[in-house]
Design a protein around this ligand. Sequence first.
Ligand code: FES
Ligand code: MG
Length: 577
Amino acid sequence: MTNSPDRDPTKLRSHRWLAPDDVRSFGHRSRMKGMGFDDIDFTDRPVVAILNTWSEMNTCHSHFRNRADEVRRGILQSGGFPVEIPVMSLGEMMMKPTTMLYRNLLAMEVEEVLRCHPVDAAVLMGGCDKTVPAMLMGAISADIPSIFFPAGPMLKGLWKDVTLGSGSDAWKYWDERVAGNLCDSDWKGIENCIARSAGTCMTMGTASTMACVTEAMGFSLPGAATIPAVMAEHCRLATRTGRRAVEMAWENLKPSTFMTAKSIDNGLMTSLAIGGSTNAIVHLIAIAGRLGIDLSLDRFDELSRITPVLADIRPSGRFLMEDFQDAGGLPAMLLRMTDLINTDCQTVNGVTLGQQIAGAEVINDEVIRPRSNPVSSAGGTCLLKGNLAPSGCVIKSLAADPKLKQHRGRAVVFDNYPAMKASINDPDLDVDENSVLILRSAGPLGAPGFPEWGMLPIPQKLLAKGVRDMVRMSDARMSGTSYGTCVLHIAPESAAGGPLALVKTGDEIEINIPERTIHWHVSDAEIELRRETMPTSIPLPERGYSHLYAKHVTQADKGCDFDFLVGRSPGAEPSIH
Ligand code: FES
Ligand code: MG
């Protein structure tokens, strides 16, 4: 192949593995040949890794074997050498206790896999919730040119004439079943219809939220976030992404050259404008941390107060991801907030975000609202502070019952998840619709792993009475597909000695979302007294990954990364011998 002066193959990272006339490089080349490759396949070409999170235990990535081949085609079209490398797959539906326990493990794997191999650029194939932040965190720390390829949402669910949304409608119809309103065959019918294709949840859950955030931060091609997984357009996106990765290798376009604090702000504002998952804030703090940027919950609060919600997508809105795509997708929505976002940020595409969205068009004002008619003028997700959450907690205000946005009630406390499960439907449980349900030992350390237990179930006897929302509080997360008046991520968590550990059934607790406050009506003297008598810490797991995790995971307000991974890494240059 011919190389222009700015395409100097001797500057490629892989050149140091594959080109020298020494015995090590002889070994590398001879083993490549053992796989059937010839010199022309890998000489003087960028080696582009396709990091594939395909697994038969990851229901959302079932099309990734085919998509990897389509990415490969793009890499070959642009003169690169594609190498597919499997990395840990975090499938939200099957993994217990929670994929969040393993986000940092995948991030470490991505970083080290990129560092130790002769790789000049990478295509990151992810989609299901934690795979997105994990792959970005790893690629940022490896600091090798990388482009994210999202799995894309699945098609809309359809049962009889009802459109079904992932997660959200499972919870909704389960409540009806528990209330005695849904027969076995209807319940089975919903089970058969709610997941109609490959792809990620097609509500604005964490996967779609993070895909949009990633695109807004400039880490994927324009329009990538919303293209449904099984559309022909998604195959073409794969090939385009592969082609672009080769160019990025030549340009040495590393995350450190296009990701800034302003890009993180763009991601944050996007997550708010799409009415996105509360999980995005935890992931964005962790992603920013890898860039050496200290993203605080206060910055999130500032942006939450000025960012309107424009995308009318379930669970807080009416439509689904397919509708968002048909309405013009994320570039069209971003075009409606160019006064807020930083349009001068760079992207993987080699142009600014502003240039990237310039030609976009909103096709449907119902799905992507005009600024004059937003879903909400601001505060879709809010930071609350007070004596129960000294380091903050969050609530998706948009998904809460308006009647509960200012509420004071009597606490009904569950010490942990099994205790809650065992007694929530007990007819003798002393609870009514004004109670505040509290779950503790559900945070990063306590559960462990920070599971999505934050949408506590409504007690069966209240469901039967027609109650469908209550104030619920925990140090857990909740699924992006969940809804309700759920206060989440209370920090510090109970297992780290947070005040949540000291709450007792019968205490009065108050939230005021317009004022952004949470207050526990117990005197400081009483709190101190309880602190002396109630245990607040848990034993450390003795071995393996759980031990590493518990020793080093940070609290929710710090992004739950491992403390030793936060900050810029020196990049990816192992010595080669
Ligand atoms: Fe994979 Fe929802 S379960 S995105
Ligand atoms: Mg989810």
